[in-house]
Design a protein around this ligand. Structure first.
Ligand code: E4P
Length: 212
């Protein structure tokens, strides 16, 4: 499993990229809106930092509108992946983009059937939202496991992105299940590095070293 960062904050993106562990970025309209910047300007900055897939979401909900936005976003940089919501119009758009060689990430996936449909439309990635399912008393990791199993059984090349990650347990379990990617918020990414025994060990080694 590889890591993407889930953020639209330039400072976080720079820091995460410099950590050397993330391979790409996902954004969504809420994350972008929080930054209060022009979307295209933001993406132009981001493509200079992240050398890997960068998911940018369309806002339109109709096929023509999504396709138009997708073409503009894809024209910004070859690393841009078009994030499309899991709807009938969305998958129609994915089908066309896929035939044009434009990469897509079908977002807001909450059932295995949605993931299978997205794959059949030619999606490059599907993003099951683990945390949001947990929030309503369902089990996001079970959904991820179902999708990974179905994709394996049917030899489907669409990649899975474990999304809406809320904690390090989501990350470990997603890796065990076999997700291709996990997109993690900056806070969770930092948590992954830490363990109190690592800190205590460093402190003890340095204290002993000073006693020489
Ligand atoms: C994924 O691509 C989404 O941007 C993201 O993971 C959503 O996470 P949230 O449910 O924490 O908003």
């Amino acid at each position: 499993m590889q890591f993407f960062l889930d953020s639209a904050n330039i400072e976080e993106i720079k820091q995460a990229w410099n950590m050397g562990v993330i391979g790409g970025l996902t954004t969504n309209p809420s994350l972008v809106a929080k930054e209060g910047k022009d979307f295209h300007e933001l993406l132009n900055t981001v493509v200079g930092i992240v050398d890997g897939p960068i998911s940018a979401e369309v806002i339109a909900l109709d096929y023509e509108g999504m396709l138009k936005e997708a073409h503009v976003l894809a024209g910004i940089h070859p690393n841009i992946v078009i994030k499309i919501p899991m709807t009938e119009e969305g998958l129609r758009t994915v089908k066309v983009l896929s035939s044009e060689g434009i990469k897509t990430n079908v977002t807001l996936v909450f059932t295995a059937n949605q993931a299978l449909l997205a794959a059949r439309a030619g999606a490059t990635y599907v993003s099951p939202f683990l945390g949001r399912l947990d929030d309503i008393g369902e089990n996001g990791l079970n959904l991820l496991a179902d999708i990974c199993e179905i994709f394996q059984v049917h030899n489907i090349s669409t990649k899975t992105i474990a999304a809406s990650i809320r904690n390090p347990v989501h990350v470990t379990e997603s890796a065990k299940i076999g997700a291709d990617f996990a997109t993690v918020p900056f806070g969770v990414l930092r948590q992954l590095f830490r363990h109190p025994l690592t800190d205590a060990g460093i402190e003890k080694f340095l204290a002993d070293w000073k006693k020489r």
